[in-house]
Design a protein around this ligand. Structure first.
Ligand code: SF4
Ligand code: SF4
Length: 231
């Protein structure tokens, strides 16, 4: 491929002095500075359109956002988790540990006749926030909430136990940030069996076939009868 010839640019006197170019740059800087000062006095959740004043200004989180996990309670304050382990099996990062067990002391009456988990832990350092655990849970017990500030000073604090997961739920409930329950999955009507359809839709045909067979049968009997006297 032929190379393009290098064309040497001829600078004007103003460009060679640089003063005009410096003035142009300063004009642009001052323009943004004045714009931001004006915008900072405006009312609103975020005052400067190009910049969110975090942590004072917080963006609205989408309902489908997958943040820190929580273990939900029902209206009676009972844990929904039954310790089935479906979430742990569905987790691709293998970061959930569930052990089924008996209720804690003093809570036997509360959970009488119900199964529950004695240990529930999530290693948040390994979690990839895929949401598989939420989808796999048959009781809608584990849910990924909207908390995203998950940094800790100690790695051990990143392992969420049952107490912390329930406290996440209580906090979200108090702040009105609970996810709505998932919509029920529509179930299609079972396909109509072909044989049944034929019987229902074309009864005449089947009858006709039956009639034909009967007639055939009659025919043979007549023939047999006919054969009889010949002998
Ligand atoms: S969000 Fe995904 S990776 Fe995290 S605990 Fe649930 S299933 Fe495991
Ligand atoms: S959170 Fe749901 S899937 Fe996981 S053990 Fe509890 S009931 Fe089972």
């Amino acid at each position: 491929m032929p190379r393009r010839p290098v064309v040497k640019k001829e600078y004007t006197l103003g460009e060679r002095v640089y003063l005009v170019e410096i003035a142009k740059g300063l004009r642009l800087t001052w323009k943004h500075f004045v714009f931001n000062i004006k915008a900072s006095f405006q009312k609103g959740p975020h005052t400067v359109p190009t910049c969110w004043q975090y942590p004072e200004d917080r963006r609205e989180i989408a309902p489908i956002f997958r943040g820190a996990h929580m273990l939900q309670l029902n209206d009676k304050g009972q844990e929904l988790c039954v310790g089935c382990g479906m979430c742990a099996r569905a987790c691709p990062a293998k970061c959930i540990t569930v052990k089924r067990g008996k209720p804690a002391e003093g809570e036997e009456d509360k959970y009488a006749g119900k199964t529950m988990c004695s240990t529930f832990e999530i290693d948040m350092l390994r979690c990839i926030f895929c949401g598989n655990c939420e989808k796999a849970c048959p009781k809608n017990a584990i849910v990924l909430g909207q908390d995203y500030e998950l940094a800790e000073y100690e790695p051990g604090l990143c392992i969420y136990d049952k107490k912390r997961l329930i406290s996440n739920f209580l906090k979200a409930k108090a702040e009105g940030r609970l996810k709505p329950p998932p919509a029920p999955i529509p179930i299609d009507a079972p396909p109509v069996k072909k044989k049944a359809a034929v019987k229902k839709t074309e009864p005449g045909k089947t009858k006709a076939k039956g009639g034909e067979r009967a007639e055939k049968g009659k025919g043979t009997s007549v023939k047999e009868e006919d054969k009889g006297p010949d002998k």
